[in-house]
Design a protein around this ligand. Structure first.
Ligand code: TNX
Length: 536
């Protein structure tokens, strides 16, 4: 009798577990609907790719993936999707009813069909790629299934700070690859800050020559007493050709890059290069060698406005994105309080105080960006002193800024540091984790975050465009550490950004993770081994 009970227990446990992993076929982010079929499709050298057109980014991406895997030697064919067996059909036929970015993936023993338009076709292919076993021989077996899928949010972002520490083009591409693998679609590239200006601007060469280099870097935490520096100059920037190369690379993977040019704060690198942009041009400035917030910020002078307009003109010519991020965070008002020019300007413009001046600053820049057919994004401080009329708000100091902006009918991207979306925060106990800025953001916190605050009405909730995680790199000097901090948290982010709320289930996510760790190993990514497979 006991044997029977034990057997039933074992069987049912096994079944639950199997059903759990199978429920989403191991795919991250979990698709909207998955119906398991019977049997498998055997991919061999005889398999033919049949696409509406071979002149398609998604199709080309898949063909080169199969060639890399040596899974495809046969010629590919266009426009024969309806004939024969042993086919992988990539098509936009029959996709009229699909949601934006949506796809349908059908695997039968005879053929695989991925149906989707543009981005949708690409995401269908990505899901199909996740069905591939990590290791395989000459033939690849794929389980039969029917998947229908589309994202919860149109904005699914990941950020990288390349100012505090610089990361070269090859690594940025590897980062973008990771995003594309998990259906994230927006890369927020933080290009300027106090500790370094990292984008070539033709009209102002000193931005990168002077502003791109700091004399040395602080060692250890900037909050610790007794600062020590490494004494080693640190530099790096992207040429405009490199920027274009990365934009194209991202576009081929259906990722938009939003550049960020910080103003009026976090501007010390620019001011070190061009002191006339500060409120006290007689002083000399140096690129910051430590972390934190600095009092030396752009002065709201005509000189600064024409400088920033020139910079944004070059930036807008390079980046095709709808949005240009102009920062707006952490701008101390000390320099403006001390400046006679600023005090007069406040009177002349009949502003209340320095916050009004910051709002004036952002609104002027918004007008310029809007006139060029683009829109601005700013950190939530741009609410202070009044929002610029068309601005989108990135809510980072909790959700309050985002809630206030949505109530004012402004678009919002949620990226609250309080809810696990700061990937520079700790993933586990401080005593076993590498040095970080602080905060606690283990991946379940990222996973369980819901970007739509319940306090908003249904109408207001529509202003939440999506969600983003940020990686600030004060304490992240190496590529290995970037990957460690981002993985596996970005997979949890991807599921938060993509999967319907009703499908979110961290137990099931945990069961899917090990397969993805194997995939990360295969592709040479570093990651934190999580609780899911037995570590702390
Ligand atoms: C705040 S988030 C900042 C960054 C820092 C980060 C460290 C934001 C808009 N500003 O400048 O790197 O905290 O977590």
């Amino acid at each position: 009798k006991h044997f029977c009970i034990a057997l039933i227990y074992l069987l049912s446990f096994g079944a639950v577990k199997a059903q759990s992993t199978d429920a989403n076929m191991g795919i991250i982010p979990a698709p909207v609907s998955v119906t398991k079929g019977v049997g498998e499709f055997v991919l061999s050298q005889e398999t033919v790719i049949a696409a509406d057109s071979l002149d398609n980014k998604a199709v080309q991406f898949f063909i080169s993936y199969l060639k890399d895997k040596e899974a495809l030697r046969n010629p590919v064919k266009a426009n024969n999707g309806n004939q024969g067996n042993n086919l992988i059909v990539l098509t936009s036929v029959g996709t009229d009813g699909l949601a934006p970015e949506g796809y349908r993936l059908t695997v039968t023993p005879q053929r695989i069909t991925v149906a989707g338009k543009g981005t949708g076709l690409f995401y269908g292919i990505r899901s199909l790629m996740q069905l591939f076993p990590p290791e395989h021989g000459a033939t690849i077996k794929l389980p039969c299934v029917e998947i229908e899928d589309y994202p919860r949010f149109g904005y699914r972002g990941l950020h990288l700070d390349v100012c505090r520490h610089f990361f070269g083009v090859e690594f940025v591409k590897k980062y973008i690859d990771l995003m594309a693998s998990y259906k994230l679609n927006t890369f927020h590239w933080h290009l300027t800050d106090d500790q370094g200006w990292r984008i070539e601007i033709k009209k102002y060469p000193k931005l990168t020559q002077v502003g791109g280099m700091r004399a040395q870097t602080l060692l250890g935490s900037y909050r610790a007493k007794g600062a020590q520096y490494d004494g080693i100059p640190y530099s790096g920037f992207y040429t405009q050709d490199e920027i274009r190369e990365v934009i194209k690379y991202a576009a081929d993977r259906y990722i938009t890059i939003i550049p960020e040019i910080e103003m009026p704060g976090h501007a010390l690198a620019a001011i070190a290069a061009y002191p006339e942009l500060s409120c006290d041009p007689e002083r000399t400035y140096k690129v910051a060698e430590t972390w934190g917030v600095f009092d030396d910020v752009f002065c709201p002078s005509e000189k600064t406005f024409s400088f920033l307009q020139d910079v944004l003109t070059e930036v807008i010519d390079l980046f095709p994105s709808k949005y240009i991020h102009i920062g707006g965070d952490e701008c101390p008002k000390e320099a403006w309080k001390k400046s006679a020019f600023c005090q007069q300007l406040i009177k002349k413009l009949k502003l209340k105080d320095e916050h009004g001046l910051q709002s004036y600053f952002i609104q002027r820049m918004e007008k310029f960006v809007n006139a060029k057919g683009r829109s601005i994004i700013g950190w939530d401080e741009i609410l202070e002193g009044g929002l610029a009329p068309n601005a989108t708000v990135m809510s980072w100091r909790g959700e309050e800024g985002g809630i206030a902006a949505a109530k004012q009918n402004h678009n919002v991207i949620m990226t609250p540091s309080s809810n696990g979306l700061y990937f520079d925060h700790l993933q586990g106990p401080r005593n076993i984790e590498p040095l970080s800025i602080g905060g606690f953001a283990p991946y379940p916190k990222v996973y369980n975050y819901n970007p739509v605050p319940a306090v908003l009405s249904a109408d207001q909730q529509k202003y939440i465009l999506g969600v983003q995680a940020n990686l600030w790199t004060e304490y992240i000097a190496t590529e290995d550490k970037v990957e460690y901090m981002v993985l596996p948290r970005m997979m949890a982010l991807a599921e938060t950004a993509w999967s319907p709320l009703a499908k979110k289930d961290i137990k099931d996510f945990d069961l899917r993770l090990p397969k993805h760790f194997a995939w990360l190993d295969e592709h040479g990514y570093n990651y934190r081994v999580s609780k899911a497979i037995g570590a702390v």
